[in-house]
Design a binder for this molecule. Structure first.
Ligand SMILES: Cc1cc2nc3c(=O)[nH]c(=O)nc-3n(C[C@H](O)[C@H](O)[C@H](O)COP(=O)(O)OP(=O)(O)OC[C@H]3O[C@@H](n4cnc5c(N)ncnc54)[C@H](O)[C@@H]3O)c2cc1C
Length: 264
């Protein structure tokens, strides 16, 4: 848009909102600037003009409120989509939840983040371990051909408190249909019993060896690559446990087999 040439953001429009769990989990689809580019796993900075003059359609970025949100759609889609939690006493997410089709949202022109598959050596099993909306960062990878060209198997682990919070299961089922045995999906709820899966935290399942058993793939640092995304309690503890098993983040141009993104 010409009026945003000198601004660090573009002005976009909400085109769809989906509520997964009322008052809690939702997705927002927006228009996308044709110049905006990102890799699967990266995040956008979304801006809202909270408390600013409604007549000013392009307020200074420094006056707006910004938060990071991972893209859930494929990098080539014409739109952007985000999967979000409404934090009841949060500054930003309740207003994001209230947006409707046609409302304005600001999007930083740059995509950010290093939770991308090019951080890892080729081959082996890609483990994608998420809690809550941490699932977001992994969804574009599932639909990205590059993921399946680089890795032999993909294991998607999604931890929630309750079963109703397992979002995007239709998309996940399509991935299963497409890639069959190469893809495993482990939905784990901690506060509600699931008929097929243990009611435990990922960290417990890593320690006991159950996660590897459920996936049918060993947690061997030679052939496994781990991404962790979501709640900092899980990412910090799981990073420590995986470190003890020999997993390491990449450093100074050396590829690692562990990559982590905390949402707060
Ligand atoms: C790299 C990155 C990517 C992110 N991607 C997403 C995303 O795809 N979807 C998403 O919902 N959020 C995501 N977040 C979190 C998001 O940026 C905001 O922090 C979140 O929306 C809360 O903002 P707020 O202003 O409402 O809450 P604040 O007033 O800033 O309160 C922050 C508190 O909210 C809680 N909180 C923050 N994020 C979450 C969350 N995702 N789930 C549960 N509780 C949370 C924590 O207790 C945190 O201390 C991401 C954060 C980072 C750093």
């Amino acid at each position: 848009m010409s009026e945003t040439v000198d601004l660090p953001y573009t002005v976009q429009t909400v085109i769809e909102k989906k509520i997964w769990v009322p008052g809690k989990l939702f997705s927002i689809k927006t228009t996308r600037d044709p110049e905006y580019s990102f890799k699967s796993g990266q995040y956008a900075r979304l801006g809202l003009a909270l408390g600013l003059d409604e007549d000013d359609k392009t307020p200074p970025a420094s006056d707006m409120t910004w938060r990071a949100f991972s893209m859930v759609n494929h990098p080539d889609d014409e739109y952007l989509e985000f999967f979000a939690t409404m934090v009841a006493d949060g500054l930003f997410s309740p207003s994001l939840y209230d947006l409707e089709s046609g409302d304005t949202i600001y999007i930083d022109k740059t995509a950010f983040g290093f939770l991308t598959i090019d951080q890892f050596p080729q081959g082996g099993s890609l483990w994608l371990v998420s809690t809550g909306t941490g699932l977001s960062a992994f969804l574009p990878m599932l639909n990205d051909e590059k993921t399946w060209q680089l890795f032999d198997n993909v294991i998607l682990c999604h931890g929630t408190r309750f079963i109703e919070e397992f979002a995007y299961t239709d998309l996940i089922e399509q991935v299963k249909e497409r890639y069959g045995e190469r893809f495993s999906y482990l939905p784990i709820s901690t506060r509600e019993a699931h008929k097929n899966y243990p009611q435990k935290r990922f960290t417990e399942l890593i320690v006991s060896g159950e996660l590897a058993e459920l996936a049918g793939h060993p947690m061997d640092p030679e052939i496994a690559r781990f991404m962790l995304c979501g709640n900092p309690g899980m990412t910090t503890e799981a990073r420590k446990l995986l470190g003890e098993l020999g997993f390491k983040s990449g450093r100074r141009g050396n590829l690692g087999n562990l990559a982590v993104e905390k949402y707060w």
